[in-house]
Ligand binder design. Sequence first.
Ligand code: GCU
Length: 424
Amino acid sequence: MHPLKQRARELATQDYRSAPSVREAILALTNYDESQVPPYTLPSPLQTADGKTIATANEWMNFQRPAILNLFKKEMYGQMPPRPDQMAFEILTERNDALDNTAIRQEIRIHCSMRNGRSHSFDMLLYRPKNAPEPAPAFLGLCFKGNHATTDETDVRMTGQRLGKPELLTEDTRGIQAERWSFRELVKRGYAGATICYHDIFPDHAGGWDQSIFALFEDLDGFNGAHPKYSSIGGWAWGLSRGLDCLEHIPGIDPTRIALHGHSRLGKTSLWAGACDQRFRIVISNDSGCGGATLARRFFGETYLFIVNAMPHWFVKSFRQYIANEDAMPFDQHFLIALSAPRPVVVASAAEDLWADPKGEFLSAQNAGAVYALFGSKGLEADAMPALDEYVTGDVSYHVRTGKHDQTWVDWQHYLKIADRYLV
Ligand code: GCU
């Protein structure tokens, strides 16, 4: 066995939570050296469990796609709960002069309730172009730091309360991630933009279960860690689908033209949400890395060993079995991208974000092409990684931006190029 993997297996048996030295040893094992990438063979998404090869788009959609989706549910992201028994969309605020009078801004509470008496709600912030000639296409994505952090408008309600850390909801968090959302530019280009704080769907910590949307469906009091059936990524993805349910009820939005985006853990989430909910027309993964777009078998940058120990709630419990055992997985992450075929998928990397393995993200995007080919598409139209800041277009598209792990205007210019092509 490759020495890095051998060591990873040893570390997987040690107690991560109580021993800081284990955490350090795990981080010290991170491989950033291309020459240390172990030899690997990628499984083919076209190969069925009983050894047949999928040859047509119909076979893919009706047989292989559902089989792969189930594999991911069982092994990685967990089951997707159904829609709640009842939903209601309550307009909390509305302004017709937002963003210097270019946009209509709404804050909408999405109420989910169940016949068992349980309920859960979270708030969406939505900007849409004013005086648009027709219902607008929209970008939807979850945010990390609350809706108020995504906009420079200072009268937006604070969200993210379910995390239970009021010290993070201070006035100085307003607008701190506005560039990641670029609402002003979107509206100028004829798009709407919408966001929900991910903590309000599932507070992002191992004990967040009883405050999460899963409590609508299960008794989770005191549950902590990795769940046998569900994951927080699955919960956030469910929340994105509820966001889309809400957009379907907003006059002025065209719900058939929604692009889903997400950065980092929320990029992992957008890929999974796009796989599960085919209403999303474009799926965008920004620097999603390990457990998102990148190939696990490369063992480059973040490993399963780290992610499963540091963020146990992100994946289902049985996912642990693949730590340093990636070759045993019946899939790799190019399968996840392929689940969105034939819809467009955008994969964005950042050059300095080696933790997320830009090359692994590229190779994954490229290898999803086998499924796009069934639909007569080239998938990613590139044989080699493009130069920095150059966009490779195609139904699967890719770029690697100069700079660090982030979602910037350079990334947005790529998304908009793709959206202009497919949504307008
Ligand atoms: C950590 C984690 C990554 C994740 C990132 C983020 O770095 O290890 O997997 O993508 O956080 O979400 O910001």
